[in-house]
Design a protein around this ligand. Sequence first.
Ligand SMILES: [Zn+2]
Length: 138
Amino acid sequence: MAARRQSRQAKRRGKDKLKRSRDAEARINFLWTAARTVADVSGPASRHLVWLMKKIAVRLNHRLDRDAVKRRVCRRCNAVLRPGTTATVRVRRGTIIVHCNVCGSFRRFPAQCRRREAAGSTTEVPKPAAPSSAKPPR
Ligand SMILES: [Zn+2]
């Protein structure tokens, strides 16, 4: 009897967790959309929404999308980074430097990884078949 009750509780807990994570995802999406929309009108309000979004994500162990969210938000002041208005973007020696115009902080991202990925997917030339045991000369 006790074991059965425990399993029901565990089952319920699992469902709660799933529902909570789904709710959190919806809330994060809403906050991100709102932050981007509000950014044109009010910087502080937008930063507060981003702060809230990050807090929810951390609490529920939800990963924010790297390209869509993480690289478009200032780590220091939570401002939504828009090239030309709130951010200055420069490319220098294979690195992308994003400068926040609100607080003055900057971040560097490698530009090579993407180039390699793009080159690998588009300009892949089929090589002649070689035996797998043969090692390249050193
Ligand atoms: Zn900033």
